[in-house]
Design a binder for this molecule. Sequence first.
Ligand SMILES: Cc1cc2nc3c(=O)[nH]c(=O)nc-3n(C[C@H](O)[C@H](O)[C@H](O)COP(=O)(O)OP(=O)(O)OC[C@H]3O[C@@H](n4cnc5c(N)ncnc54)[C@H](O)[C@@H]3O)c2cc1C
Length: 424
Amino acid sequence: MAREGVVVDMATLRKQRNGVAINVSKDPLIGHYADVGGEQLWIDVLHSTLEHGLAPVSWTDYLYLTVGGTLSNAGISGQSFRYGPQISNVHEMDVITGKGEFVTCSWQKNLELFHAVLGGLGQFGVIARARIALEPAPKRVKWVRLLYSDFSAFTKDQERLISINGRKQKTALDFLEGILLMNQGPINNWRSSFFPISDHPRIASLITQHSIIYCLEVAKYYDDQTEKNVDKEIKVLLQGLVYIPGFYYEKNVSYVEFLNRVRSGELKLQSQGLWDVPHPWLNFFIPKSQILDFDSGVFRDIVLKRNISSGPVLVYPMNRNKWDDRMSASIPEEDVFYTVGFLHSSGFDNWKEYDAQNREILEFCSDAGIEVKQYLPNHTTQEDWSNHFGAKWVTFLERKRQFDPRMILSPGQKIFDKQLQQAF
Ligand SMILES: Cc1cc2nc3c(=O)[nH]c(=O)nc-3n(C[C@H](O)[C@H](O)[C@H](O)COP(=O)(O)OP(=O)(O)OC[C@H]3O[C@@H](n4cnc5c(N)ncnc54)[C@H](O)[C@@H]3O)c2cc1C
């Protein structure tokens, strides 16, 4: 991705911060925060902040990703419905712009650059440091999975649960996602082993009966003080949900084990030589009003017919009011929208089949008028990029002209072509 771009030795930048990679501190106005090098991995941010009894509130499913990398996209996971994406939880950044200027930007200063860089796909500057909001860290997690055969009931329950979303609201869930179970791979996939082995036969027969089972996944954090109430709170929250009776599964794990849940699957796949394989992924956001059409046209038609899926398929909703539309990340217009992620792994000889499925899904959405926005977008023409950003495209161009007029940053995203540079 750095071809004709720039590579920065991030360790040298750390000298500006007395060589400290992750520094936890407190400010009377914003509370606890961590100053973190853009090159740092989220797993290291987690361990360093936990030493102070603190942690960030918004995560990605996988923690061996850099802070600069996820903030250049958005950083989403099951916490986003309540705390917003990771880009909504940044106070300040040091950024090296395409003009070679070292600029500190925040809500108070250089706001245009601050907004541009968050979700900006590396187009406006290199994030050298980010100031991440911290809150007291919980100790443990009640983690629940519920199975549904009816997609409409599944999404209705998801939407009801994410409507309780105040940051300080004690009765709200801390995490909500959803995952498809199909006859296309083991029931316990690399994201986490969850269901007891003894229950695999009856889950498998449910899948055979319905072709697709939708698994709602929620979590509630707790510590020594809240331990006595957590079961009651979960019971109240899940009351009235219409999952298939008898298909309720619960786990009780440490906070670190929960946040780092993908790692054990990764290590297993690595040991089998199955991690470093092609990943023809497709991720996008879909307005809530079109999610049922998406289910019937994509999950129940294209995906079942092609029958090639291997790797998790995620589907869960988020609240638009937890995002800041002035940032570069592009999201649908509706108050609630879903993220769908086809996180495929393929062999080195059959990745084209997955690419073809991805193309068919995108074509179906376009023909059916389903307004999807790709997350981790992969567009190749200027027209597609302009459609991706929609009304924000003009601002995106203006910011590029302002902060990286020579177009030297992250050319691998293929957003700007040389012709456009001449027009600058
Ligand atoms: C296994 C796996 C699981 C994932 N799970 C999630 C998930 O749950 N949620 C989610 O939101 N995303 C997820 N992602 C996607 C992830 O957010 C992006 O791939 C992100 O770019 C990863 O960061 P990185 O450190 O690997 O970036 P890199 O691959 O190093 O960089 C990717 C691009 O990001 C930009 N960039 C990177 N660092 C900086 C910086 N310091 N300053 C400016 N721009 C920069 C550049 O354009 C660069 O080309 C996942 C990715 C993987 C591989």
